[in-house]
Design a protein around this ligand. Structure first.
Ligand SMILES: Nc1ncnc2c1ncn2[C@@H]1O[C@H](COP(=O)(O)OP(=O)(O)OP(=O)(O)O)[C@@H](O)[C@H]1O
Ligand SMILES: [Mg+2]
Length: 296
């Protein structure tokens, strides 16, 4: 496969599922096998951020990873994106080893990825123009995406002229326009107020449902993870965090995210998963308190 280009022509995109491997569940959109990542500490020691992570994301599935702060969620996503090599273990995407940046994936960072000196349409079309698509074609595709995310009248604005929700919509269009096979999203909505966040979650689900793409979604928020996902993966407390639980979320789709928190199935799943997650959260809290005590 030519890794210098997006995997599919933008012209293939019309909400169609056009990736050949998408039906083959033996080929994972993301597959981490025995992945460990360590970092050197300033004192010359080794800190294990994550240890022996096994994660398989089937094409088309929406999988969330939830865990306490510092449990290695971003580290895992960075390894899936090819931005960070595992110290041990392997990362594959659609059957191929991820060496360098994962070209099958788009990454949506927690921080605002928009370039402040570029207009909305230039920000959205960036991934295409960088891949060699002509400006006219990239603009035409960007306009279609701006319409999809409700920003068609804001194409010529600059990021500082947008609300937080509009910036996130721009970032979503920017990530999706290159037609990735897998979306890697690191707490994309954590900075938004509760209402805007729910609107954005609804919009993300609609896009995802019509796309057939895999999503790996990092969040601190168990409600958000259950509401959106097919599967919720729980990471244990660090150091050396590993997967401590994986839960199927079989709430029927389409889901109405504005009312889902009252759904009895949601409530039961939340109780079960929180029962596991809170053990890890309290371990993290106790470690942090002990460290503070050491420093004092
Ligand atoms: N480049 C690095 N050098 C040293 N340590 C790092 C580096 N990147 C991450 N770590 C450490 O690895 C651990 C996991 O970090 P990571 O950012 O993956 O956690 P996280 O679960 O995403 O946390 P948060 O929920 O706060 O975003 C942390 O203890 C962090 O300090
Ligand atoms: Mg993080």
């Amino acid at each position: 496969m030519d890794k210098t280009k997006p995997t599919l022509s933008v012209l293939d995109w019309e909400g169609k599922i056009s990736t050949a491997p998408a039906k083959d569940t033996s080929i994972y959109a993301v597959e981490l096998t025995g992945c460990t990542r360590q970092f050197p500490t300033p004192g010359g020691e080794t800190y294990f951020a994550v240890r022996d992570i096994n994660l398989k994301v089937v094409p088309g599935r929406f999988v969330s990873i939830v865990g306490p702060t510092g449990s290695g969620k971003s580290t895992i996503l960075n390894m899936a994106a090819g931005l960070l090599n595992p110290s041990a273990g392997s990362v594959r995407s659609f059957g191929e080893p991820v060496i360098g940046v994962n070209r099958r994936a788009s990454y949506m960072f927690q921080q605002d990825p928009l370039l402040p000196w570029k207009t909305v349409i230039d920000n959205v079309s960036l991934g295409l123009t960088m891949a060699g698509v002509s400006k006219a074609e990239a603009y035409s595709e960007a306009r279609r995406w701006l319409e999809k995310v409700g920003l068609k009248n804001f194409a010529d604005r600059y990021p500082h002229q947008l609300s937080g929700g509009m910036r996130k919509r721009t970032a979503i269009a920017q990530a999706w326009i290159v037609n990735p096979d897998v979306l890697l999203m690191d707490e994309p909505f954590s900075a938004l107020d509760v209402q805007t966040r729910q609107i954005m979650e609804n919009e993300l689900l609609q896009l995802w449902q019509e796309s057939g793409k895999a999503v790996v979604f990092i969040t601190h928020d168990l409600d958000e993870a259950i509401a959106l996902s097919d599967e919720v993966v729980i990471l244990g407390a660090g150091p050396g965090s590993t997967v401590v639980g994986s839960y199927e979320i079989d709430i029927p789709r389409p889901r109405d995210l504005l009312d889902i928190r009252d759904d009895p199935q949601f409530v039961a799943l939340h109780r079960e998963i929180w029962g596991r997650l809170k053990i890890e959260v309290s371990k993290t809290y106790q470690t942090a308190m002990a460290e503070e005590g050491d420093v004092a």
